[in-house]
Design a protein around this ligand. Structure first.
Ligand code: B1M
Length: 211
């Protein structure tokens, strides 16, 4: 791996969001392609963060810092990725369900999945079932992600899946759910395709969905 790519990986792991945009620019000045920077510099760094988070060696504030660093680097290379037509892993529409204002976990999941190469369409928090339906129709994502942090709002996930069924588009997407009160058995009960306990698992699951 070139020196600058390995420096970028380390910067992601260390959450060095101040220096990373400059490093991404240096990598481009050295003639590296945006895709190489993403796949061989940024993503290995974020993969490492995911592994360490799952193992309990990194904690939420550190992961947020790494995710912010990833975003800062992505801001530099994203326009070039689009220009060169580098294919992303696919689109994920993600939101926090109706009645629920908690979005920190959802944002983290979005950032980890962006780090894994997905294009994230974040439709925010307190999202009505029909707004999810409209977003799926508009963006044709491969994956729909729903987050809920309240026991009282978990049911909105089921309502959203029903709304997708009624619109005849349920089978056009894989549905991933998560949030502190959500469990695998709840996911099975409401007919989601998968439950992820944390952002690193969510990113792994998204990759499995499209494999
Ligand atoms: Co609220 N809140 N809150 N809150 N809040 C909790 C969730 C609560 C457990 C606190 C408590 O009582 N101990 C409790 C819920 C109880 C329950 O229903 N079981 C609670 C309550 C009751 C409330 C209010 C009702 C309080 C009130 O007003 N009386 C109110 C509800 C407002 C509403 O939503 N309508 C409320 C409000 C708020 C704030 C607005 C003040 C704020 C949210 C700010 C924001 O998000 N922008 C807030 C916060 C910060 C919390 C706690 C303290 C922290 C949540 C958090 O961000 N965790 C929380 C207590 C706690 O968890 N210790 C609490 C960090 C985050 C990284 O983790 O969100 O779990 P988490 O996300 C993880 C995983 O769950 C998973 O990956 C993430 C990263 O690893 N994950 C997914 C999440 N979404 C996923 C989606 C996926 C896959 C994985 O696929 C798509």
């Amino acid at each position: 791996m070139s020196d600058i790519l390995s420096k970028l990986s380390t910067a992601i792991i260390e959450g060095n969001f101040k220096d990373t945009p400059g490093m991404a620019e240096t990598a481009l000045d050295e003639g590296l392609e945006a895709g190489e920077i993403l796949n061989q510099g940024l993503m290995p760094g974020m993969d490492h963060v995911g592994v360490e988070f799952k193992a309990g060696n990194m904690f939420v504030p550190e992961v947020l810092r790494s995710a912010r660093t990833m975003q800062a680097a992505m801001d530099i290379i994203r326009p070039l990725l689009a220009e060169t037509g580098i294919e992303q892993a696919g689109k994920i529409v993600i939101g926090t369900v109706k009645g629920d204002l908690h979005d920190i976990g959802k944002n983290l999941v979005g950032m980890m999945c962006e780090g894994a190469g997905f294009e994230i369409i974040d439709i925010g928090k307190d999202v009505e079932p029909n707004t999810f339906v409209e977003a799926v129709k508009e963006h044709s994502p491969k994956i729909l992600g729903m987050s809920a942090l309240l026991t009282t709002t978990m049911r909105a996930m089921e309502q959203t899946i029903k709304a997708l069924e009624e619109a005849g588009i349920r089978d056009s997407v894989k549905i991933m759910i998560g949030g502190a009160p959500v469990t695998q058995s709840f996911s099975d009960q409401i007919g989601a395709d998968g439950y992820a306990a944390n952002a690193a698992s969510a990113s792994d699951m998204a990759k499995e969905f499209i494999a």
